[in-house]
Write a protein that binds this ligand. Structure first.
Ligand code: ZN
Length: 157
């Protein structure tokens, strides 16, 4: 396992669309482990493969307080969304900044786990926000394109 370099805003790979994953292999399995390590190391709640320079439809999310509930989503698709939440959002590819984004308050997503087994997951609030944000990365969309008003600086801990 290893920490990968997180690409930052301005890197054109972040604006590209990622490709579907058709099979699991050792390289992809290592990528998942590395993405989890990289996300935890950076104290983020989510990371998408293009953020580490890989244009594949893979995201990892962990919104738990202890960082022990990793969620691996391969080829995630939003099936349903409803409601609305407006709040601050940040991104590991835009360090030190945050901005206000309106997202659905509920989403239902279908994805494959790391064994390529299909599952569905429902999320509200932070989990819904994280899933929308990470799935946007797979389309080459950064949250800064959706920010209402200006980005502001956040204190790093
Ligand atoms: Zn992000």
């Amino acid at each position: 396992m290893a920490i990968r370099t997180i690409r930052e805003r301005g890197d054109s790979i972040l604006n590209k669309k990622s490709r579907e994953i058709t099979e699991m292999n050792a390289k992809l399995s290592t990528l998942i482990d590395d993405m989890l390590d990289t996300m935890y190391e950076a104290a983020g709640v989510g990371l998408a493969a293009p953020q580490v320079g890989i244009l594949k439809r893979l995201v990892v999310i962990d919104i738990s307080e202890n960082g022990d509930e990793p969620l691996v989503m391969i080829n995630p698709v939003i099936l349903e969304m409803s409601g609305e939440q407006t709040g601050d959002e940040g991104c590991l590819s835009v360090p030190g900044k945050a901005g206000t984004v309106t997202r659905p308050n509920y989403v239902k997503v279908r994805a494959l786990d790391r064994n390529m087994k299909e599952y569905e997951i429902e999320g509200t609030e932070l989990l819904a926000r994280a899933m929308c944000h990470e799935i946007d990365h797979l389309e080459g969309i950064l949250y800064v394109e959706k920010v209402e008003g200006e980005l502001h600086d956040v204190q790093s801990e």
